[in-house]
Design a binder for this molecule. Sequence first.
Ligand code: NAD
Length: 478
Amino acid sequence: IPVDPFDLVIFGGTGDLARRKILPGLYRRFCAGQVPEGSQIIGSARSDLDDAEYRLMVAEAIAEFGGVLSRESASLDAFLHRIHYVKSDAKGDGGWKELQATLRDGVVRAFYFSVGPSLFGDLAERLHTFGLTTPDSRVVVEKPFGHDLQSAKALNATLAEHFDEHQIYRIDHYLGKETVQNLMAVRFGNMLFEPLWNSQYVDHIQITVAETVGVGGRGGYYDKSGAMRDMVQNHLMQLLCLIAMEPPAKFDPDAVRDEKLKVIRALEPVDWHHIVRGQYGADDNGPGYRDDVEDPKSRTESFIAMKCHISNWRWAGTPFYMRTGKRLKARTSEIAVVFKDAPHSIFGVDAGRHRNVLAIRLQPNEGMTLDVTIKEPGPGGMRLLDVPLDMSFADALGPDAEEAPDAYERLIMDVIRGNQTLFMRGDEVEAAWAWTDPLIEGWQTRNDVPKEYEPGTAGPEDALMLMHRDGRKWREIK
Ligand code: NAD
């Protein structure tokens, strides 16, 4: 899809996110022909840099984080010509007139707030005061979008003072992942699955987002947040919404987001017996969580597992199990739809229990498997076996397929195109916090202490019990 020329200002243009994701992502899109002639990418931050110095920083960031494309130095020069730098201070008046003079009329105008949320208000106000915004200009904001319902409402209100909802793009980079969108294609593009996609046929759903890394250098930030705020309230809830939502009438931003919102609103409060929180212990590969965050008494969770219910016609009675954590056995993200047993086994009890499982792998090796029951080969009688129909997107699409853009690349291009489908609406974020807040308050008032778990495992024993109690089992993290 063609892209119109644009001016994109990256506030926090010298920061970690800009260097690791935004700028290399833009370069890759440039190489794919999607940063058209006449576009400008303007980095802005408090450092004293000129265009040449900033371009050097951008080139270094691309060399370090840009992937294979960074070797194409001829196009790198052409890309760098579209890069500029204007020093500005979100809390002061310096730089704003220069920034205003750099922007052109008649091209798409977008402002990426790649700074902490405490600066959103200052930036929005100055953009307005210095006349940089137009009715069609867009603003992109990063996670975390609030710390709880109250702060999220305050952020929404601040942005709403200067921007209409149709101008605000709240990033959840999970929504930019190829497989996450594929989830919608699989559900709503096939006749095969949707008729079975309900509590009558689905026994339960598992969502796992496992990381092998610990909190590392982000300990200070992470300890104020924890797995619930950092992962569940946004990424896992978004995955849950896409799995559980009703078919929207069309693939259009508000139609999709209306359906997601209904799912969040139908989520029941979670019984605290159905929540397991954990903290990783120490091992030879690194310190334990409490050492990482330098608080020997920290009660913040680096792991959470929970069983949730959606109170609506489609899902009543089907549990959704979600878990996410750090320093686990493998880096893997997966959604598994586990179907019910066939109503009657004509092969007798010896044939055992067999279930279809549709597993959607977000990483690594994006793809899908569908476990199908077949006859075990050989003369041993009618014994059954579950085998996966395994599809790796990379293999299925072949070596000539266009490389899927990284989540950030796709989302930035959606901003330029003005497509909000993959961005969270303000009411969605607030509804997610409204569900999350009482759970967090619950464990705070109970003085709940997270269970220590051994690094390199699937988390605390209690998390395994959460499913065992129900006669179910987590899928292996591998
Ligand atoms: P960072 O600290 O590396 O960079 C912050 C940037 O803001 C710097 O360029 C700094 O110069 C600029 N800045 C700070 N105060 C300013 C002021 N008063 N005026 C103008 N510029 C100012 O932070 P980061 O890691 O790049 O994160 C940016 C935002 O993105 C944060 O909200 C963060 O939570 C979010 N985020 C980051 C990541 C990541 O991987 N780094 C991932 C998801 C979300």
